[in-house]
Design a binder for this molecule. Structure first.
Ligand code: CAA
Length: 255
């Protein structure tokens, strides 16, 4: 797998994002690789927990803007862009996101797909998609709102601003913060403790907590994905992403 590195440590599996030149931007190959790796680990009865890691600079800076930019609504809907992530959220053993650096857009959304988010003290979270002329499309409008409430989710998504790890912990997005250099070790040790429990019991417990959280989440996610795909019929998507790639300010339509 080109986009990730995997390893196991006793009963813990590690998925390490590995696109350093793109700050671990999540292209479609990455989604496939993560889904495939996680499904493989789940099938392995010795593995009791999965930890998802990025680099020191970025957990993941979002879905891959270079890959998405030329797509239109036709490609988005035909290929059901982002649907691959449903395979990762269907994983039944516990998952932990350990976030150092940027977790933006799809990166923040990938972290929220995990059961627990741990952060290094320099981590930055945000949903900046509005600046690209689109909106979150990997679960952000649904999961962030459930996690932190409507007003805060609206504020973060509509402004696109970044928040630090301390704010993310205060509002309940992040479970615990550690010094950045200790994050990986702490995440692995928490994962090892979870993996020591009855595997089946942790799976059942996870499913039960998900029930409390989900309700009609699947409808919400499908709705969000269709809207995201539809945004690729807009000029503003082309302009927002072109402006990012050309390193200039976007000139959005004013109507
Ligand atoms: N997609 C593709 N490439 C990306 C990327 C992304 N999301 N984020 C960063 N990169 C690339 C940059 O283009 C750059 O590549 P080049 O050297 O070829 O120009 C490289 O990674 C390094 O990035 P920067 O030079 O920009 O690094 P920086 O330290 O100056 O800035 C940053 C870091 C603030 C995170 C900045 O990279 C940034 O703003 N990235 C985009 C963040 C973003 O808008 N994410 C949302 C994406 S859309 C989405 O995720 C939709 C969804 O809901 C699923």
């Amino acid at each position: 797998m080109q986009t990730i590195r995997t390893e196991t440590r006793d009963r813990v599996a590690v998925i390490r994002l590995n696109r350093p030149d793109a700050l671990n931007a999540l292209n479609r190959a990455t989604a496939q690789d993560i889904a495939e790796a996680a499904e493989g680990f789940e099938k392995h009865p010795a593995i009791g927990c999965i930890v998802v890691l990025g680099s020191d600079k970025a957990f993941a800076a979002g879905a891959d803007i270079k890959e998405m930019h030329p797509a239109g609504f036709r490609e988005m809907i035909r290929d059901d862009w982002f649907a691959t992530w449903d395979r990762f959220t269907a994983i039944r053993i516990p998952t932990i996101a350990a976030v150092n650096g940027y977790a933006l857009g799809g990166g923040c959304e990938l972290a929220m797909m995990c059961d627990i988010i741990l952060a290094g003290d320099g981590a930055r979270f945000g949903q900046p998609e509005i600046g690209l002329g689109v909106m979150p499309g990997m679960g952000g409008t649904q999961r962030l709102t459930r996690l932190i409430g409507k007003s805060k989710a609206m504020e973060l998504c509509l402004t696109g601003r970044m928040m630090d790890a301390q704010e993310a912990e205060r509002i309940g997005l992040v479970a615990r913060i550690f010094p950045a250099e200790r994050l990986e070790e702490e995440a692995l040790s928490m994962a090892a403790a979870i993996a020591q429990r009855s595997r089946l019991s942790t799976m059942i417990l996870k499913e039960s907590i998900q029930r409390a959280d989900e309700g009609s989440l699947s409808e919400g996610l499908l709705f969000e994905r269709r809207l995201f795909q539809a945004m690729f019929a807009l000029e503003d998507q082309k302009e927002g992403m072109a402006a990012y790639l050309e390193k200039r300010a976007a000139r959005f339509e004013r109507d």
